[in-house]
Design a protein around this ligand. Sequence first.
Ligand code: FPP
Length: 234
Amino acid sequence: MTQTVPAHVAIIMDGNGRWAKKRHLAHTAGHRAGAQALKKLAPAVEKLGVKYLTVYAFSTENWKRPQEEVSALMKLIHEYIQQYIDDTKKNDMRIFIIGDKSRLEPELRRKIAELEATTETKPGLQVNIALNYGGRDEITRAARNLAKKTARGEIVPEDITETFFANQLDTGSMPYPDLLIKTGGEMRLSNFLLWKLAYTEIYVLDKFWPDFTINDMRKAIDWFNGRERRFGGR
Ligand code: FPP
């Protein structure tokens, strides 16, 4: 039977802490293993034919974690962004950061700009990394931008249709996620992509993120193929 490969897969990479705890390791060792799992997964996901992969790396709420963990996570993300820059010649992925970058360290912001610019014209999988991202924050920022445009007379309120609004969100005109995968077993959206997940199929598995492999992705896609998507119709 031919399978439909979802064009856009979103992932909430949960369970890094529990993965580390089970091994009597520090929480940050779980994040490190998680970053490695993502690095290994992305090229394999690209081979399956997925076009967009959006992953939740750091939420607007994650700043509330212990200072040590926040610093370690930021350092890890910085390190991986540098690795992705160094590896650009080896792969054809386009990497884009979503979320509010204004709160990130200037040096990290510079690296992000460099990574986005060097991969911009790549033809392969687009990986969106959500950093200082919150779904409510994303909608609020979009609303604020539209209010500013309206105040400047660039648009009139009637221009703001559902599609117009959706295009102001961080993923712009990219297709909406078809499939959301959440590891770590907990059934909640955790403030991820709230607007665009409205009709997304949600697959939750108990495995912790660092243990997630391309085989798990294949299983999720098999499950997705068994779903009948009605988008509210019959
Ligand atoms: C949730 O696990 C995971 C995070 C808050 C961070 C996810 C980040 C990564 C996988 C690294 C990303 C790296 C790059 C380069 C994009 P948790 O700590 O909440 O786990 P727990 O629920 O078991 O405590």
